[in-house]
Design a protein around this ligand. Structure first.
Ligand SMILES: NC(=O)c1ccc[n+]([C@@H]2O[C@H](COP(=O)([O-])OP(=O)(O)OC[C@H]3O[C@@H](n4cnc5c(N)ncnc54)[C@H](OP(=O)(O)O)[C@@H]3O)[C@@H](O)[C@H]2O)c1
Length: 295
């Protein structure tokens, strides 16, 4: 991977935790910093961290990504997702560090009938998505060797603390509590296991790939189908109702078609990630969320 130190921002988050775990097992000197230790909007702390650690690779996993809350907190969204990324990119460039920055399928408005490739034109329709697109541009413009990876529907072993657990855990909890669920069936995506994504990011860095890539688990589904898969694997039998997307007053628009194609990742020779359902089954077994795991 690299002989030098690796800095991971957003430590304790889903993806950051898997990166920390996998890099550590590869023998890499990895420094994952939680927001309490390294707030990426605090320029002085960022500067000090770079000066002290002298990282050769930086994974920026920190983000303000509560999509609905971002609608009402535009300044914070742009501060974390755009402006801080510009400053991190500048620092990476100045220190000769490779920047890997994460972005989202939400940069597309979802009106296309086919999956979106890396070269398709973004058309973000929420404050979150616009701020993330700004972050992509900042990363690529200010750290020319940067790798920007768009992904979708993340869940992982370490949960998403800022959202009260990941989608899988939330759906299982709600199903047990409410004994029925309604889930949108008209928004499609490729749910992605952060363990698989972390491995793919490490592979991309190893191969020296830069620019923009789309990386998700394989295949696609609606949130309704994803939830059906979760309930089946958890052996929870409750009524599951497919519903249509309704954007509430002041809420965020989400793309109906949030499926990403990966022609650039394929051209770079990166391995495809396994189908989303296989990854989900693996995650749920290892997280003790299936009856088989309980035996
Ligand atoms: N989750 C998804 O479904 C999804 C989908 C597509 C793309 N992405 C992108 O993938 C990346 C990783 O997402 P994830 O799911 O791993 O997120 P996550 O689990 O929520 O982790 C993000 C981390 O960033 C931290 N953070 C927030 N503001 C910060 C700041 N100012 N300085 C430092 N750290 C800060 C959060 O801390 P607190 O918990 O204290 O706020 C959290 O630990 C993000 O760029 C996200 O936009 C995520």
């Amino acid at each position: 991977m690299t002989d030098g130190p690796v800095l991971v921002t957003g430590g304790g988050g889903q993806l950051a935790s898997d990166l920390e775990d996998q890099l550590g097992r590869l023998g890499v000197e990895v420094h994952a910093r939680a927001r309490s230790e390294l707030d990426i909007t605090d320029d002085r702390t960022v500067a000090d961290t770079f000066a002290r650690l002298r990282p050769t690779v930086v994974f920026n996993c920190a983000a303000f990504h509560n999509v609905d809350v971002c609608e009402g907190e535009e300044d914070r969204a742009f501060e974390v997702n755009t402006r801080a990324v510009k400053r991190i990119a500048e620092r990476c460039e100045a220190h000769g560090a490779t920047l890997i920055h994460l972005s989202t399928n939400y940069v597309f408005d979802g009106s296309a009938t086919e999956p979106y490739g890396e070269l398709d034109r973004p058309s973000p329709r929420s404050v979150y998505a616009i701020s993330k697109l700004g972050g992509e541009h900042a990363a690529l413009a200010y750290a020319p060797g940067a790798l920007v990876v768009r992904t979708a529907g993340l869940y992982g072993r370490f949960g998403s603390a800022s959202k009260g657990g990941n989608f899988v855990v939330r759906m299982i909890g709600r199903a047990r509590e409410q004994r029925k669920l309604s889930v949108v069936a008209d928004q499609r995506l490729s749910p992605t296991y952060t363990t698989d994504l972390a491995a793919a990011l490490i592979q991309a860095v190893d191969r020296g790939v830069n620019g923009l890539l789309h990386i998700t688990n394989g295949g696609d589904c609606s949130w309704y189908e994803f939830t059906r898969g979760i309930l089946e694997l958890a052996a929870i039998d409750v009524p599951l109702e497919p519903v249509a997307t309704v954007v509430p007053e002041g809420g965020a628009d989400r793309p109906l078609n949030g499926v990403l194609a990966r022609p650039r990742a394929d051209a770079a020779g990166l391995a495809e990630l396994r189908p989303w359902r296989d990854a989900l089954a693996d995650y749920m077994l290892s997280a003790g969320l299936t009856p088989a795991a309980a035996r």
